[in-house]
Design a protein around this ligand. Sequence first.
Ligand SMILES: [Zn+2]
Length: 403
Amino acid sequence: MKKGRDTLDVWIDSGCSHAAVMDTHPELHCPADLYLEATDQHRGWFQSSLMLSTAFRAHAPYKTVMTHGFVVDKDKKKLAKSDAGKGGKPTDAAYFYNQYGADIVRLWVSSVDWQNEVPFGEDLFKQVAEPYRRLRNTLRILLGNLDGFDPKSKIINLSVVASAKSDHQSTILDKWILERLHEVTKECLAAYESFEFRKVFNAINQFCTTDLSAIYIDALKDRMYCDAPDSPRRLASQAAMYEIFSSITKLLAPILAFTADEAWEHAAFTEGSVHEQDFPKADPAFAPSQVSKDVDRLFQIKAVIQTAIEARIQAKEFTRNNEAAIELTVPESDAHLLEKLNDRDFATEFFIIAELTVATGAELVATAKKTDLPLCPRCRKHEPLVASGLCQRCDDVIAKPLT
Ligand SMILES: [Zn+2]
């Protein structure tokens, strides 16, 4: 350390950092991609940098300037750097990452609206712990479902899922989730490009909570747990889940740096670090199609069925969703969905019920009663049973030697 005697003026000194820093480090370049500071630097560092660089090299020293609002307390009072060391202040990052872990700190930063004043309090901070657990849990469930999956074997590849052919009725859900992933990927890439990290957080959080956990993974439980390992529809879902896992992990990597790295490392089918990967691309084969429209309509039908089931459960006629036999009437405008609704495998899986009979009529109505079908002791679905006492699917799975 030696005392410097050559400070001319703090704004001149910081304003020529492009010459002192970028020009003297071969790995850096001028103009810089990004200058980042708070809104008070419009008249400070951004301004002096611009003036000195224009005089010195006739152009700005940065390609983009990003200005963020101040972190304020709940009474909108500015929290200054000099508050560091007093536990509970956001500037005291060590307190928070020791308390919650570094990824929660990063997730909180990504979740705030940085363009305006950022209110801070420990209770606001705690609110991101819940979505964090959800994101982590989603990655864990995907990894569990991908056990034994080899993306290189290509028994079923994504083109089969993309075609959603009628001999693979059930792949309509896989195609739908990949169409949702296409939209989420597009949204996240655009959001990263414009530093709108909050949009990335919201898009992925929403996708994981609603589309993946509440719908897709829930409906697919039976096929993932009870189908044979080489069942085409199970492999199709694994191909879809592989795509989802690798896209989501890569998209989360800049925010949940440690969690994404850990998940990537844990997967048997990945190479290198997630931080060495490029962002995923939105696959045009999964741009939203008629499938998304059909599935959206099927969700509306599912809601009507669910109301009918809940009324019967309230009346104590039966206790679980999969005991329900449903009589459904759909309007003529849903005629194109009849093939799917009449497919027993599809209908019982999608609506998580025992039986469905469909007719067309004036309006959408459903009635529920308890099914007469017996319970398969292996998959816990109500199905016609064969001699072994299992349903046909389970009987086939048991009979087949594991390869
Ligand atoms: Zn069974």
